[in-house]
Ligand binder design. Structure first.
Ligand code: SAH
Length: 262
């Protein structure tokens, strides 16, 4: 199974993640009831998360439904993508908790609810063919998107994470549908615009206007905005020079930063 190379700042298994890329209010996150492992015997195979992960994912998807996620494309995609393959091996057993987890370089893989919610809102009532993700991190959200979007463009500004995402995605079925680039996603990807949807996985004080101009008319962008206090913002392009803005949930995300980090 694909495993990302250990990042310089990857923490150990006892690490408590920063509260990043998570919702602040709403249903209390709860920990999956993982059954106690059977007593080890000399002949028993080692515990293998891969064998159990489908069931753990089904529980995660069930919990997302209970938390109000109804888009069947998103739920099916999250059932299909092995989230534990996108985190450090030491954290794999926690991959199906409703939590953000560290991925190295001070960044996090988004909380499952956040991924499900952002994608559901971005594509509500639409069938986007080409979507841009800013802040690919380890590549998980791009892989989820690629389960139901034919063309996914994802950008990451930290070289080490870009490399990890490339490795992680190379081992998934999403491979051919994600075009990953290393660069500053605040600039968007002009040469591939307009997009039928844009998802930003890091919080800027203001949503970059360049991204708004790369939305197709009728398409939606969802992004966290703010510094001390952050909100998810939904922006729909309603005309050539018209955008409609709506404030959604309180969240806490890692910062959107200009330029690149090598
Ligand atoms: N999409 C990820 C979340 C990763 S965290 C997931 O699937 O869970 C957000 C990421 O945004 C970090 O990796 C951070 O390095 C990246 N980021 C921040 N500012 C950026 C920018 N201007 N361009 C591209 N990526 C950026």
């Amino acid at each position: 199974m694909p495993r990302r190379a250990s990042a310089g700042s990857a923490p150990g298994p006892g690490y408590t993640p920063a509260n990043s890329n998570t919702r602040i209010q709403g249903p209390r996150p709860f920990t999956l009831p993982v059954p106690a492992p059977a007593a080890a015997s000399a002949t028993a195979p080692p515990p293998n998360l891969g064998l159990n992960s489908e069931r753990l994912r089904a529980l995660m998807v069930q919990r997302l439904r209970e938390q109000g996620i109804a888009d069947t494309r998103v739920l099916a995609a999250m059932q299909a993508v092995a989230r534990h393959d996108f985190v450090d091996q030491g954290l794999a057993s926690r991959a199906y908790e409703d939590a953000a987890l560290p991925i190295g370089f001070g960044q996090t893989i988004s909380q499952p609810w956040v991924v499900a919610y952002m994608l559901s809102v971005m594509c509500l009532g639409r069938e986007p063919a080409r979507v841009l993700e800013v802040g690919a991190g380890c590549g998980y959200q791009a892989a989820v998107l690629a389960q139901f979007v034919p063309e996914v463009f994802a950008i990451e500004r930290v070289r080490g994470l870009y490399e990890q995402a490339r490795l992680n995605l190379a081992h998934t079925r999403a491979r051919g549908r994600v075009r990953l680039s290393f660069g500053d996603g605040m600039q968007g990807l002009e040469r591939h615009a307009p997009f039928d949807g844009i998802v930003v996985a890091a919080a800027g004080v203001k949503i970059p206007e360049t991204l708004l101009s790369q939305l197709a008319v009728g398409a939606r962008l969802i992004a966290p905005e703010g510094s001390a206090r952050q909100r998810l913002i939904l922006i729909e392009r309603t005309g050539l020079a018209a955008w409609r803005r709506q404030e959604l949930e309180d969240v806490r995300f890692v910062p959107l930063r200009p330029g690149t980090q090598t």
